[in-house]
Write a protein that binds this ligand. Structure first.
Ligand SMILES: [Zn+2]
Length: 174
């Protein structure tokens, strides 16, 4: 089980599932202490966010922190995981300090966590980031990957031409 970051809507099931046979919980080394309940992660910083994003933050429910869960394997940028034919950890700090994406170079698939999001049939650089400037840098990095398919933490996946959509969205940040 790969946790892209500590937020309860992503890591909330880990405490229940982590103790089952054969489950290995994987997270970035900066995120692991938060997932274990040993540290508090950064809150989203609304500074610089557009009005629609701040309104959205006020509208959506914010679940309490996830129950503490073990992290069996701490990873860092560039680490390879022996899943789905080989997955590469891409550190994408900004949404949280230890956010990660997973890149499957073989089939050209990217799992972004909340470093990007699907919206309006395309892709946006995500919302509710702890550090918007770092999140923008991370988004540009994702846009440099060779991918065809992108799966987001929120929003519909892009099932073709995803790299082009990512690069277009990244260019719009400049
Ligand atoms: Zn999140």
């Amino acid at each position: 089980m790969v946790l892209t970051h500590f937020h309860a809507d992503h890591a909330g099931g880990a405490a229940d599932l982590a103790h089952r046979d054969g489950v290995t919980v994987v997270a970035h080394r900066l995120e692991a202490p938060v997932i274990r309940g040993e540290a508090t992660g950064p809150a989203p910083d609304p500074a610089g966010a557009p009005r629609w994003e701040r309104d959205l933050y006020d509208e959506v429910p914010h679940p309490p922190p996830a129950a503490p869960a073990p992290v069996h394997r701490e990873v860092a940028d560039g680490d390879e995981l022996d899943i789905a034919g080989g997955a590469v950890v891409v550190a994408v700090p900004g949404h949280t300090d230890g956010s990660i994406a997973l890149h499957l170079p073989g089939p050209g698939v990217l799992f972004t966590g909340d470093a990007a999001a699907g919206a309006h049939g395309g892709v946006i650089p995500g919302v509710f980031h702890a550090d918007r400037a770092r999140a923008a840098q991370s988004f540009r990095r994702l846009a440099g990957l060779e991918v065809e398919t992108v799966c987001f933490g929120h929003g519909d996946p892009l099932l073709g031409g995803a790299g082009v959509a990512l690069r277009r969205a990244a260019a719009a940040l400049d």
